[in-house]
Design a protein. Sequence first.
Length: 231
Amino acid sequence: MINGENLPVLLHLETAEQGCSVALSRGEELVYTSFDEHSFQQTSQLPILIKEAFEQQHLQWDQVCGVSICDGPGSYTALRVGASMAKAICYAYHLPLIAIPTLDLVFQSMLKTGAEEIYVTTLDARRERVFYALYDASGALLAGPDISRIDHLIEQLEVSPVRVGGSGLLNHPELWVHVEKRIVRDAGRYSAAHMILPAYKRYVQGIVEDLNAYAPNYLLSPNITKPKAAR
């Protein structure tokens, strides 16, 4: 059961790529998290995870203060599922919507105490490309978000060592090599639990989305093909 006085309870929904995860927080504290690894079944699995989270914590909707979601980049369909679910909840229970850039989650999952590397956060964009952003150890955004071929991105890095993480690394580890630059690999996986701190900061500062106008930051147009005409 969630305890604590005068601290906001937030629901966090992560649906950027394969699978999905949810978390509940009180202030900056994680109180519950769970995930489902089914490939791109967010439409069926996300409601189940939310229901289980509320049952496990004996939580009612009138105790929730806001909902945070992945803002993108990521899978077009997965982001749409998360945004639709979150907006429906926010409309139904009059809650604010908080959007967290997916690459911020990757950074949070990579953060090491006392580290001084440049953090290269990545998401697999297929065809040896990645969505990426660069951060320093304090979390300041240095470059991006943008999309690049992995080899081109490595050549653009002006410092060494750098710490690289996210699905762009996990799915293509063989591509993250360079004869001169030292690349530190971080094999951690981000989840809804890594949304807590950035979401709480935005909530306290009143940085929330317009429910009527909000759409995820896909960063890349979806690859939608038309079916071939029947012969």
